[in-house]
Design a binder for this molecule. Structure first.
Ligand code: PHE
Length: 466
């Protein structure tokens, strides 16, 4: 990715950039993470806050990151460093984020791989069983095997440099994934009680608003759009000087958010139908939601259940694989640039890192089940039994990414000034939402992050109740 030989290769056109960015952006964040958060935080209320954040804060941050990348021609650390050595720290913090995410991303990738295989070998009714999911993730050595299979695939693709090929296939598969999600959503709407789920998902219930909801929506926005982790800076650095940045950013946002909303449609109404009501869903929703609910929906397809289940998990598998490849490549390029010991060394180091940390995260579901870092480190969620996965997820999405986003806003808004970004954007096109960009990056976004994080901490410590 961030190699510095000769002139930097650029994307061959706007669509090449959009598709590559979409392949990275669309992944487990859309299919797995968005639906369970929306289900947990009041459905429509979460959806509304999420969409508002994407078109304001997310838009401004993605413009800033891609333009910074294109202007400097560098990945995160180098890009910030261009404006002064001391600013490299922002890039370093941003680069730490994918190191936290990749191991647990690969663990969930392993779960998806397992489900894909399960539909080949086991009856759909067994997979739809009450305890199938917990039986799989808890105290089961099999989970390590699936995670390692997933990591091995990622490493092999990156090591052999066959990423382009995968991305080409991925375009077709992404369309298939969308078509399937539409079909499954339509089917799940026929389940008794599903319409209550649609109402829960689409109609904001204002009593559900909370600081926690907003914090969760903000973290999800960063995660899903691959923001505040240096990745969009690197993408921007491959972007041609004459392509319209604003259009591309809008397209990525619409595409990514559209798929997340669709995934919610597929999972939330069905969850309400099979779990008997929105309240039950909200209390139970967590990382296992997709794996618990969808098999029950698939069972309804009768003789086609196994085929549907397999096809669906295979498509999610590809979406997760391409995203994880792009995460892993980011790690490799950071180590490559930092250690200067060649690509093979970087790949090997990163592979060992992901396996070791991935194993530790997975131990949170067996040997380390009683360890609750969420409670012991952050003092939250007592008795909620958060696993190590929740801890890492919280650390990246709720703590590190908001901080990186805040620093990026202050850096662009007050240190280098928005004009640097604006003139970069205007090199190739008009900047339609220039005013929105300036107001967001200078004032609203940074104030918002500070206020919401302070309120969140105070709320958690019991100093206020919001
Ligand atoms: N945005 C991806 C998703 O939603 C995750 C990801 C982040 C992938 C960063 C690549 C880089 O799954």
């Amino acid at each position: 990715m961030a190699t510095k030989e000769t002139a930097r290769a650029t994307w061959s056109g706007k669509w090449a950039f959009i598709l590559a960015a979409a392949a990275s952006a669309v992944g487990l964040g859309n299919m797995w993470r968005f639906p369970y958060l929306a289900a947990k935080y009041g459905g429509g209320a979460f959806l509304l806050v999420y969409v508002i954040l994407v078109v304001t804060f997310g838009f401004a941050l993605m413009m800033a990151e891609t333009a910074l990348g294109r202007r400097t021609g560098q990945s995160a650390i180098g890009a910030f460093k261009c404006f002064g050595k001391k600013y490299a720290i922002i890039g370093i913090l941003a680069s730490a984020v994918p190191f936290i995410i990749t191991p647990y991303y690969a663990l969930i990738g392993g779960w998806v791989t397992k489900y894909m295989a399960a539909y080949l070998f086991e009856p759909a009714s067994v997979i739809a069983g009450e305890d199938y999911f917990t039986g799989f993730i808890l105290q089961n050595p099999e989970t390590y095997v699936w995670m390692l299979v997933f990591i091995a695939l990622v490493v092999v693709v990156v090591a052999l440099g066959v990423k382009r090929g995968i991305e080409r296939v991925n375009k077709v598969l992404m369309i298939a994934l969308i078509a399937m999600a539409v079909g499954i959503s339509a089917f799940s709407l026929t389940l008794p009680g599903a319409l209550d789920g649609v109402a829960y998902y689409l109609i904001p219930d204002f009593s559900k608003f909370s600081v926690e909801l907003v914090v969760a929506a903000m973290g999800q926005m960063f995660f899903s759009l691959s923001l505040a982790m240096g990745i969009m800076i690197t993408y921007g650095s491959y972007f041609q000087k004459d392509e319209d940045l604003e259009h591309s950013v809008r397209r990525i946002e619409v595409f990514d958010t559209g798929i997340a909303i669709l995934a919610g449609f597929m999972i939330i109404p069905a969850a309400v139908a099979v779990q008997g009501g929105a309240e039950a869903v909200a209390t139970k929703a967590g990382p296992g939601l997709m794996f618990g609910v969808l098999p029950q929906v698939f069972e309804g397809f009768g003789f086609a259940a196994n085929a549907v289940g397999f096809a669906f998990f295979a498509l999610v598998f590809f979406a997760a694989l391409t995203s994880c490849i792009s995460l892993f490549e980011t790690l490799v390029s950071i180590v490559e640039d930092g250690a200067k010991r060649g690509r093979t060394f970087a790949i090997a180091t990163c592979a060992v890192f992901v396996v070791v940390v991935g194993v530790i995260v997975n131990m949170g579901y067996n040997n380390l089940l009683s360890v609750d870092l969420m409670y012991s480190v952050f003092g939250i969620g007592e008795y909620q039994d958060a696993q190590l996965l929740d801890f890492f997820d919280f650390l990246s999405n709720t703590i590190m990414m908001p901080i990186v986003a805040l620093l990026t806003c202050v850096f662009v808004g007050w240190i280098i000034k928005p004009q640097v970004i604006i003139s970069e954007v205007k090199q190739s096109s008009k900047f339609v939402a220039e005013k929105l960009f300036v107001v967001m990056i200078k004032y609203i976004a940074p104030v918002f992050v500070v206020v919401i994080l302070v309120a969140y901490v105070m709320n958690t410590m019991g100093l206020i109740t919001l």
